[in-house]
Design a protein around this ligand. Sequence first.
Ligand code: SAM
Length: 186
Amino acid sequence: LAPLYLALLHYPVRDREGNAVTTSITNIDVHDIARSARTYSAKNFFVVTPIAKQQEVLARIIEHWDHGAGKSRIPERSIAIGRVCIASAFDEVVQIIEKQNSAKPIVIATSAQRREEFEAWTFERGRSELSNTERPVLLIFGTGHGLHDEVLRKVDVILEPIAPESDFNHLSVRAAAAIVLDRLCA
Ligand code: SAM
């Protein structure tokens, strides 16, 4: 199976009007997605923000669960948090993965909407590609109102949305990450 990585982007993501903005780190996204990522054997979960102060917040969250009071209270959580990495940009994540594996990752974006202008994979296609490649695979998730086109233009493919026929399919990123992982990797 391909070496798997996840990234949660806090920049560049869309605001209500579609402009590129930076969103704030959320404690619950970090440790919930870390646990899902660990369950499906992801090598690392990158949390991406260009803002130094936000990187400090992230470092404190990691420290709390990996070494501090959180670890003594709930030790198993540090097993997952230990694979969380801080990055300042999407391009940096791609470079780190490429260096670790001596191969460029296949970058797969997620969205609640179908985007006809980008290449799309069904979950079935994604499953089969993942089991037939030795290249690393990077799954990326958005915050705010979703990943900005600036980053979608750089990815290899976008996954079909979860529940596209529903009259409401705007999942929390934590729920979306768990469903995507289960559909691709279980
Ligand atoms: N504030 C929100 C929260 O509480 O999580 C963040 C919304 S953010 C736009 C949600 C992200 O989860 C999207 O960028 C996408 O990565 C993923 N997502 C949400 N719904 C989805 C769906 N139906 N299909 C695929 N991915 C989805």
